[in-house]
Every structure is written in C-alpha cells, then in structure tokens.
Design a binder for this molecule. Structure first.
Ligand code: PLP
Length: 310
C-alpha cells in the first residue's frame, strides 16, 4: 500500500492521471519506448539526451530520428519527415546536466501540436526544484498541460538515492504495468526508499519555500561567479558548469577546491567534448548564502592561482 500511495502522490505532484514506480529512472527510460512504440511509429530524440533515454530507444523498433541539440528547425524538419509514421514521440531531457541548459519546451510543444506528436520529458534534473513550486521544467515554462509523459528519479533532488517513475495518462500507465519489462521482471523499491520519497514530496507540496530558495541561491552563485570573471554555462539552473576548457586545469582546480573543503567535480573528455572541460557545481537547498559566498571566494583564489582568472 505504501507503493500505491507514493504512485498516487507522484501523479498529484505532477498533476497527471497516474504514475508507476521503478527501481530507478534508468529502468523507467529502459521500459517506456519499447512498450509504447511499434515499428510503425517514430521517436525523435535530442542528440544530447541522457544515456538511459538512448538505451531505451535502442530497445524499441520504432523509426529513430536524432535532432540537433535544442535545434527547433532541425526538429521541425524531422517531424515533417516523420509524418509518414503512425505515431510520433518527441523525447528530451527537461534540463541537460552537463551544460545546465533547459529544453525549449514551449517551442517543442508548439511543434508537437502542429505535427500531431506526443512529448516525453526526462525530469531527473528538474523534479523538486525547477518552477515556482518545484514541479519541473514543464511548470517553469508553463506547459504542464502540453507535455504528455514525464519520467523522473527519486534519487536526486528528492534525496532517496534510488527509485524512478513514469507519470502521465492513465491508459499509458496501465499499458506499462502490463508491458514494461523492467517493471514486470524486477523487484520494486525497498520500503525505506518509498518512505523517504513520500516524505520529500510532502515537504514540497506543503510549501514552495524550498523551490523558491533554490532559485534565489542559484541566481546568487551564478551572478557572483560571473562578476568574478568566470563563464558559467546554461541558464537559471542549479547545475552551474564553470567552463575552463583545459582538462588538466579543471582537474587541478577541483582538487584545490576540495583542499579548501568544497566538493566539486571536474569533467573532461570523453564525458564532455574535447576542449570543453569544466567544473560542475551543484547548488543545494541546504546551502546557506555564506556557503555560496565562501565557494565563490575559493573559486576566485584557486582561479587566480592557476591562471584561469587574470
Ligand atoms: N535520466 C537522467 C537525465 C539522469 O541524469 C539520470 C541519472 O544520472 C537518469 C535518467 C537515471 O536516473 P536513476 O539514477 O534514477 O537511474
């Protein structure tokens, strides 16, 4: 019964009809495309979508289109070509974790309406903190009633370290319960994880204070770092990639930040393209303004020491 309660709560949180739990969002992404799409259908996927979406799409027999990252002209051209198929599904991350950028969902939904397509978003990097009430990218961009299917995780902002789900129209969720292989052929979530996720959703639904504080903290970090002379990729997202270019510079600066008690991760090729190494900073609801200011000061010192700043 606690699993059923959580599914109902997830659906209410996202203002959808029903929800289905998985052991992880990787499983939710692995299970949806094959259950929903046939060889007569088409799926159109952003080229920078998460590996689990790519794997989920590999498992299905639909016709596959890969559109250029957030490129609406390219998506439109591919939607035109896909008109010959029975059903079209546009699949995108709501927010992309390597660059901290947010999918142009308004434009995607307009195109989906024009070309009679469904919209799927992966909200792992949005659920719980983007939008005025933390509902996610669809709330932030005012398209909650236009996105058909949401997959997300209980293991990131919701804090449970595991668990994922699909939420959307009831007939779709009914279909997944009958056909989705990671749901049918694997254990469900441990009860402790269910309890933790359920409490996290209660906190978010009681008040929007946490979601609002995330927006303010993100803005504080991004604007102070930019004034200090750093380039922060993306926009308005608590994932703040500090762009450095050089892989070695990103690694030594991240080590020096850790020596100052600040845990940030350097990313370089092959996780990100060559010459686009960065340190990814993630702002959390438990950071205080003082924590954020101390982080900016440390970045400034370390950046000057290693020649990343003048
Ligand atoms: N989708 C995206 C965009 C992710 O970033 C991740 C995790 O890194 C996943 C799916 C998988 O989520 P989970 O850890 O719940 O399997």
């Amino acid at each position: 019964s606690i699993h059923k309660d959580l599914e109902e709560k997830i659906a209410r949180f996202h203002q959808r009809e029903d929800a289905i739990l998985y052991a992880s969002c990787f499983d939710a992404n692995a299970g949806i495309f094959e259950a929903l799409l046939t060889p007569e259908d088409a799926v159109l996927s952003d080229e920078l979508n998460h590996a689990s979406i790519i794997d989920g799409i590999r498992l299905c027999k639909a016709n596959k289109y890969r559109y250029k990252h957030m490129d609406m002209q390219d998506l439109e051209a591919k939607l035109q070509d896909a008109q010959k198929h029975r059903l079209r599904l546009v699949a995108t991350d709501g927010a992309f974790s390597m660059d901290g950028d947010i999918a142009p969902l308004r434009e995607i939904c307009q195109l989906a309406q024009k070309y009679d397509a469904l919209v799927f978003i992966d909200e792992c990097h949005a659920t719980g903190f983007l939008g005025p009430n933390g509902r996610g990218t669809d709330e932030l961009l005012g398209v909650m009633d236009k996105v058909t299917i949401i997959n997300s995780t209980l293991g990131k902002a919701l804090g449970g370290a595991a668990g994922g789900y699909t939420t959307g129209p009831k007939p779709l969720i009914d279909l997944l319960r009958q056909r989705s292989r990671p749901y049918l052929f694997s254990n469900s979530l441990p009860p402790a994880v269910v309890g933790c996720a359920s409490k996290a959703l209660d906190l978010l639904m009681e008040s929007n204070a946490i979601a609002q504080s995330m927006a303010a903290k993100t803005q504080r970090f991004r604007s102070k770092m930019t004034s200090a002379g750093f380039t922060i990729s993306g926009k308005d997202h608590p994932i703040c990639p500090v762009m450095l270019g050089d892989a070695r510079l990103a690694a030594v600066m991240a080590d020096d930040m850790l020596n100052r008690g600040i845990y940030v991760i350097g990313f370089s090729y092959p996780v990100v393209p060559k010459g686009k190494a960065r340190i990814r900073v993630q702002i959390s609801a438990v950071h205080s303004d003082e924590d954020i200011d101390r982080c900016v000061e440390a970045f400034t010192e370390v950046g000057q020491k290693h020649g990343a700043l003048p």
